[in-house]
Design a protein around this ligand. Structure first.
Ligand code: AMP
Length: 295
């Protein structure tokens, strides 16, 4: 495994791989890797000749009052996990390497319809930062496939659209959310939670589970799904609880079309997000099987 810091080295390695007829799978991350990232890496490993993992805490996707400076970082541990998972290249550039002219530089702005709801409403500029950095990674690596987690559901919608609009010849592979056995979605930010906050955070997967079950009751409407979920969140500071159309991200008006129930809520000072596709597997049932998959 090689650790690359310079964009020129990335281009060299990517060109060599292509000349050798190997496909490249790219897993973009902000590091502090956990079993959710690892599942993406393992999938990339299984599906490509070469696997690149980027580890970059991207300043342009954090708002001025957000946690960029204190976002958890542990490069040694990340490198060990990547090595063990059979990664070929870890790309861990400095901020100056990716943004040599400072910020903001040239930006990739996703269409408004995908960024006004859910996290977009509360994190202005966030998805522009995400789309911009991922576009740069695509331009540098030219991956055949890029791997993203459905834990960040709105991000996957934004990036699918970005790749299509900017004509990147890359297949986006979207992978299910990996959870702890008690249902909490893995997140680098879980490290911020003390034991009581972590316990309180379990209300989120329970709310998703309740909404998912309510959607299975004959004749259920979106309002009933939202009410069933909301009952579990009474003790929490909820930023949003929304049921949206999977593709347009607009509020779901009936349950006849694929819909996603999504939550952002604070446990203590930590903002957590999670979601479930109502036509997919139950979030709490998934927890057990996902654990098996990454054990
Ligand atoms: P991050 O490092 O938080 O930017 O995440 C990097 C990638 O890992 C993104 O595509 C995330 O959606 C994905 N990811 C984060 N947490 C999970 C999880 N619990 N299960 C699956 N994928 C995840």
């Amino acid at each position: 495994m090689e650790v690359l810091r310079a964009n020129d080295d990335v281009r060299r390695r990517a060109t060599q791989a292509r000349q050798a007829g190997e496909t490249i799978g790219l897993v973009p991350t902000m590091g502090f890797l956990h079993a959710g990232h690892r599942a993406l890496i393992e999938r990339a490993r299984a599906e490509n000749g070469r696997v690149a993992v980027s580890v970059f805490v991207n300043p342009t996707q954090f708002g001025p009052t957000e946690d960029f400076a204190r976002y958890p970082r542990d490069e040694d541990r990340d490198l060990a996990l990547c090595q063990e998972a059979g990664v070929d290249w870890v790309y861990a550039p400095s901020v100056e390497e990716l943004y040599p002219h400072g910020q903001p530089g040239t930006l990739v702005t996703p269409p408004e319809g995908l960024t006004t709801s859910l996290c977009g409403e509360f994190r202005p500029g966030h998805f522009t930062g995400v789309a911009t950095v991922v576009a740069k990674l695509f331009a540098l690596w030219g991956p055949d496939r890029a791997y993203f987690g459905l834990k960040d559901f709105q991000q996957t919608a934004v990036l699918r659209r970005m790749a299509a609009d900017l004509c990147f010849p890359v297949a986006l592979v979207l992978a299910p959310t990996i959870r702890e056995t008690d249902g909490l979605a893995l997140s680098s930010r879980n490290i911020y939670l003390d034991p009581a906050e972590r316990q309180a955070a379990l209300a989120i997967p329970r709310a998703l589970q309740a909404g998912w079950e309510q959607a299975r009751v004959a004749g259920s409407r979106p309002s009933a799904v939202l009410e069933a979920a909301a009952r579990h969140l009474t003790g929490m500071q909820v930023q949003y609880l929304s049921l949206v159309d999977r593709d347009s991200l607009e509020p779901a008006t009936d349950l006849g079309r694929p819909a996603v129930l999504a939550i952002a809520a604070y446990s203590g000072k930590t903002r957590l997000i999670d979601n479930v596709a109502l036509d997919g597997p139950a979030p709490l049932a998934l927890a057990a099987s996902a654990q098996e998959g990454v054990a």
